[in-house]
Design a protein around this ligand. Structure first.
Ligand code: AMP
Ligand code: GLY
Length: 437
């Protein structure tokens, strides 16, 4: 029986803990640092490596407990080399090493890599000095462009601009005013891609990839995709815009060439590869790669997966996907899933913490009805043991149904059960999926 350690403390990590706990091979789950939900699926460990530090403390813990597999949730520890360090210490770990994680951590690396291997992407240019960026922007005739800080900027580093003035301001803020610090040593200026976005998660073992259900996120704070970007206000899967033809092309034109080239360049990709795709007329182009599971998409793709999660992640970490899944296909459950994020009022700006949450299921935090899950994100326990809010995104309520419409309805029934002061959620999660079916 296996012991598993999960690194992180958000909705994604509670979901991972919940489904790993269910594996027939898993006897213990530890989550570092976890949240109030993960504490009900396993033991929370007060060692926080999510900022890219405390690796040796956490590896000491993993060795003492005889951890068989560590699963790393967030990008910062991945890009900072947690997996490389754990492997040096002989600990089996799911996730890419820091050099492979540059696909997320260094957008210049990612764009140039895609260029070398003809992976479909927007036209782009890279600058490390403001005067050159400025004259380049003046030379462009297209006014809708995207300006991005090359490094990690907590999801805020991409600025979609509608006119020259906005683009100039974005590039100047990044290169001259250093609003993202050293993450903005370079900017990528790229073509604005038209289409609809989808998130595709490939579980990779260095050579092969197995796909989870394609999902769609809702990044903006307000209904109708209005207002500022957030970490994600809800998701649903499977996304009908990712047709079988889109999947086949994404596999052939994006994921397989990437895996082959990463291996050839000496940085084989092991872990979850998250391809953010822009889809138009069944052609997918890469908006971005992330080196991890998405949040909140994990809250919809894992409930639909009809496989043992531990076996899958352990096989990926040991390079053995093909021997367990010779057809390179994962079984998915029938139906659809929809996750509505409940946030603290004010998010993604300032918000209050410490609000008492009522209506949550007791046992695993996530419930056990199989068609309704309550995944925790920013939650903790106060001195009296009550569950309280500790972050912007507080809960992800996932409903399962035979259709997307049924899944949406179920998720909102779950939302109705929960109460905390000044909670906020979008009322239109999943409707994009209904529209296109
Ligand atoms: P990123 O930080 O690269 O994930 O970008 C954040 C969001 O900005 C994406 O989810 C897209 O909605 C949007 N975006 C980024 N790059 C592009 C692009 N080249 N064309 C259109 N939208 C983009
Ligand atoms: N759902 C967006 C992200 O995980 O980056």
């Amino acid at each position: 029986m296996a012991r598993v350690l999960i690194v992180g403390g958000g909705g994604r990590e509670h979901t991972l803990a919940f489904f790993l706990r269910r594996s027939r091979d898993v006897e213990e789950v530890y989550i570092a640092p976890g949240n109030a939900g993960s504490a009900l699926c396993g033991a929370n460990i007060p060692i926080d490596a999510t900022g890219g530090k405390n690796f040796s403390l956490l590896a000491d813990f993993a060795q003492q407990k005889g951890i068989d597999l560590t699963v790393v949730g967030p990008e910062v520890p991945l890009c900072s080399g947690l997996v490389d360090y754990f492997k040096e210490r002989g600990l089996m770990t799911f996730g890419p090493g820091s050099r492979a994680a540059r696909l997320e951590g260094d957008k210049v690396f990612a764009r140039r890599f895609m260029e070398r291997y003809n992976i479909p992407q927007p036209a782009f240019a890279v600058f490390d000095r403001w005067p050159e960026a400025e004259s380049y922007l003046h030379s462009l005739t297209e006014r809708r462009i995207v300006v991005k800080a090359a490094g990690l900027a907590a999801g805020k580093g991409a600025i979609v601009c509608d006119n020259l003035a906005q683009a100039l301001k974005a590039a100047e803020d990044i290169l001259k005013n250093r609003v993202f610090g050293s993450a903005g040593n370079r900017v990528v200026i790229e073509e604005f891609l038209e289409g609809e976005e989808a998130s595709l998660f490939a579980i990779c073992d260095g050579r092969n990839a197995l796909y989870l259900a394609p999902a769609q996120d809702h990044k903006r704070i307000f209904a109708g995709d209005k207002g500022p970007n957030t970490g994600g206000m809800g998701a649903y899967a499977p996304a009908p815009l990712v047709t079988a033809a889109v999947m086949e092309r994404a596999d052939r034109e994006i994921i397989r060439p990437l895996l082959e080239a990463m291996a050839r360049e000496g940085t084989p990709y092991q872990g979850c590869l998250y391809a953010g795709l822009m889809i138009k007329e069944e052609q997918a182009r890469v908006v971005e790669f992330n080196c991890r599971f998405g949040d909140p998409e994990t809250q919809v793709v894992l409930p639909l997966l009809d496989e043992d999660l531990y076996q899958l992640l352990a096989a990926a970490a040991t390079g053995e996907l093909e021997s367990h899944w010779p057809e390179l296909q994962l079984k998915q459950k029938e139906g659809a899933a929809c996750c509505v994020v409940m946030a603290s009022g004010g998010y993604p700006g300032a918000y209050e913490k410490g609000r008492i949450i009522s209506g949550l299921p007791e046992l695993t935090g996530a419930g056990d009805s199989r068609d309704l899950y309550f995944f925790h994100a920013g939650t903790g326990n106060d001195d009296s043991g009550r569950t309280v809010t500790t972050g912007g995104r507080v809960l992800g309520i996932t409903g399962i149904g035979s259709t997307i419409t049924a899944a949406i309805e179920r998720a909102y029934q779950g939302v109705e059960r929960i109460d905390f002061e000044q909670s906020y959620f979008r009322k239109d999660i999943g409707f994009k999926g209904v529209k296109t079916t």
